[in-house]
Design a protein around this ligand. Structure first.
Ligand code: 2BA
Length: 108
């Protein structure tokens, strides 16, 4: 079994989660913040069988778009500081995806 951790743009998250769910995947949506831009993004957790990982990534690819994003932080990790050294515009990929092996999963 695998756990897919996918960090996606907030604007793509609802459609991506809906498409994954419609395809039979179980999805958890977390509100997260990128450490570089300090802007909100969404992390999707998808626990699935090894054989289904490619299908989940295909769905993410279809619904998550690469964007140029401006450096306008909405969060500061409590520091109150904005990182003025970063460029005004950066390219943010449609999804940053990690695939982890899972030793055990239980629903109790
Ligand atoms: P952020 O950390 O806000 O990063 C937004 C974009 O800024 C990145 O897009 C990348 O283009 C640039 N960037 C980030 N860190 C950088 C650095 N140290 N030096 C130069 N440029 C940097 P993506 O790479 O597509 O990442 C989008 C979001 O995915 C990130 O938001 C972060 O929340 C997450 N992410 C990406 N790679 C990660 C990793 N290796 N580990 C954990 N989270 C990651």
């Amino acid at each position: 079994m695998k756990l897919i951790i996918a960090i996606v743009h907030n604007d793509d998250s609802a459609i991506a989660a809906a498409a994954l769910t419609a395809a039979g995947f179980f999805v958890t949506k977390l509100s997260t913040t990128g450490g570089f831009l300090m802007v909100g993004n969404t992390t999707l957790l998808i626990g699935t069988e090894d054989s289904e990982v490619a299908e989940a990534i295909k769905i993410l690819k279809k619904h998550c778009t690469t964007r140029k994003q401006t450096n306008k932080p909405t969060a500061t990790f409590g520091s109150g500081l904005q990182n003025f050294s970063i460029p005004e515009k950066v390219t943010v990929s449609g999804a940053t995806v990690f695939v982890l092996s899972v030793d055990q999963m239980e629903k109790l």
